[in-house]
Design a protein around this ligand. Structure first.
Ligand SMILES: CC(C)(COP(=O)(O)OP(=O)(O)OC[C@H]1O[C@@H](n2cnc3c(N)ncnc32)[C@H](O)[C@@H]1OP(=O)(O)O)[C@@H](O)C(=O)NCCC(=O)NCCS
Length: 284
């Protein structure tokens, strides 16, 4: 076993592990981590094969995210997950990152708790599986739904709600799936906004912010009209009953729980009450 820094050559190994766990990330998602944290993503290698991963991503100097903690099912319960996690934490501590955050699966949660992470709030993954006949076949325009000026306004608002600037990620989502980037405006201010991604097995809506039900519904309906995938996912804050009602009315059902956790002071908590959905557990 060799624990080392992840490189571009390891991306297929990473995708193999997230596919084995039924996760939705693509090679592009792995590359986002490598581009933003070239020396702070790690793999465990065994006989030339990637059998474990842990990635990190910094958000200004406010906090960093730990994500993609995955171990090959054949190598679990041997301490690999803990070793990778400790390596990521050690690196972030050395880089003087005071706060580390993550969204834990029920399997990951005990390991994080042992390493000092505490719970912030609960997240619920909602899923919609559609019959091919129920999907609109009208061609989707990929014209950017947000102008450059509108994007900047949304990025600024998102910084306040998320707790740090993550425009580098939102900009990439706008470029890769411009049809999912949208906002609802009132008096020149965003009452709601959302971005989306085409994942491995599903299209995902998020982040999705809405100040009221009308804005939330317009965004959700817009997403449903634009996606052509059979499976759709949204990671909602459990406390947001408005999002649950909107999703339930469209046929989404809750599928699994996640727990947002943090280690260190949670100084930049943002305004999570306004989020219907997070970007995804790997990015916050
Ligand atoms: C969560 C996950 C990463 C854990 O990886 P892992 O390598 O099995 O983790 P560890 O071996 O460090 O720890 C797992 C358990 O095995 C135990 N363990 C570790 N070494 C052991 C050994 N030699 N003998 C017996 N048990 C051992 C640990 O104490 C821990 O016990 P706990 O579950 O009661 O806390 C892995 O299960 C996985 O990939 N799951 C799917 C993806 C996922 O949910 N990732 C977490 C994202 S938040």
């Amino acid at each position: 076993m060799r624990l080392r820094i992840m490189t571009e050559q390891d991306v297929p190994g990473g995708v193999r592990l997230n596919t084995l766990s039924g996760w939705n990330q693509t090679a592009a998602d792995w590359r986002r981590f490598l581009e933003n944290s070239p020396r702070a993503c790690f793999v465990m290698e065994h006989d030339g094969k990637v059998v474990g991963t842990a990635a990190t991503i910094p958000y200004e100097s406010r906090f960093a995210w730990i994500a993609m903690v995955l171990v090959d099912p054949e190598h679990r319960k041997q301490g690999i997950g803990t070793d990778l996690l400790k390596k990521a934490i050690e690196h972030l501590d050395r880089s003087q990152v005071v706060t580390i955050k993550l969204d834990a699966t029920p399997q990951g949660k005990p390991i994080y708790a042992k390493l000092g992470f505490v719970e912030e709030y609960e997240i619920e993954r909602w899923i919609l599986k559609r019959e091919p006949g129920a999907i609109s076949t009208t061609p989707v325009s990929t014209r950017p739904a947000l102008s450059e000026m509108e994007r900047e306004q949304v990025f600024e608002a998102d910084k306040e709600f998320f707790g740090a600037d993550r425009s580098f990620l939102l900009r990439a989502l706008c470029d890769e799936a411009p049809e999912f980037a949208t906002a609802v405006w009132e008096d020149g201010l965003p009452q709601g906004y959302a971005f989306g991604r085409r994942g491995l097995f599903a299209d995902q809506l998020g982040p999705w912010m809405a100040k009221n039900s009308e804005a939330g519904e317009r965004i959700l309906q817009g997403f449903l009209a634009k996606t052509s995938r059979e499976t759709l996912i949204v990671d909602c804050l459990k406390s947001n009953s408005m999002a649950a009602e909107l999703l339930g009315a469209c046929g989404f059902v809750p599928s699994r729980s996640l727990t947002r956790m943090f280690r260190g002071p949670n100084t930049y908590a943002g305004k999570p009450d306004l989020f219907c959905a997070i970007l995804g557990p790997e990015f916050g």
